[in-house]
Design a protein around this ligand. Structure first.
Ligand SMILES: [Zn+2]
Length: 135
């Protein structure tokens, strides 16, 4: 610890272990002045202050484990092409359904129109036509 003589202003380096014994006065080696042990810790001089530990670095918090990256915009070309494909396939599906329905109606009409010939060829059809109220 740096201690200054109150009389001649001479500075002395006093070991800390000596400072523990506050009952013993100090004698200046320059002017032989005896003075009491100063109160440690003095805020001055700065040389006796312990260097403050550096503050811990502000580490960025780790991202949560469940964080999912924002999905980027989907490529427009792929979207358009897939939509076009869906459109084409749905158009084809609708056409197939329409064809099936038309065939069903035409077949039914043909069966009704030609029911007498059908009943002759296939007698059980009589019950079907009776159920439909057509005979
Ligand atoms: Zn002195």
């Amino acid at each position: 610890m740096q201690i200054e003589c109150p009389s001649c202003r001479a500075g002395f380096e006093v070991p800390k272990r000596m400072l523990r014994d506050r009952t013993r006065p100090l004698r200046c080696s320059q002017c032989q002045t005896v003075f009491p042990m100063p109160d440690p810790p003095a805020p001055e001089p700065m040389t006796w202050q312990e260097p403050e530990p550096p503050p811990p670095p502000a580490a960025a918090p780790p991202p949560p484990a469940w964080a999912v990256e924002e999905p980027g915009p989907e490529p427009l070309v792929a979207q358009e092409s897939s939509e076009a494909a869906n459109d084409a396939s749905s158009r084809g599906l609708r056409a197939a359904w329409a064809a099936s329905i038309v065939l069903l109606i035409v077949g039914g009409l043909a069966a009704i129109i030609k029911r007498e010939a059908l009943v002759e060829a296939w007698p059980p059809a009589t019950r079907l036509f009776s159920a439909l109220g057509l005979m």
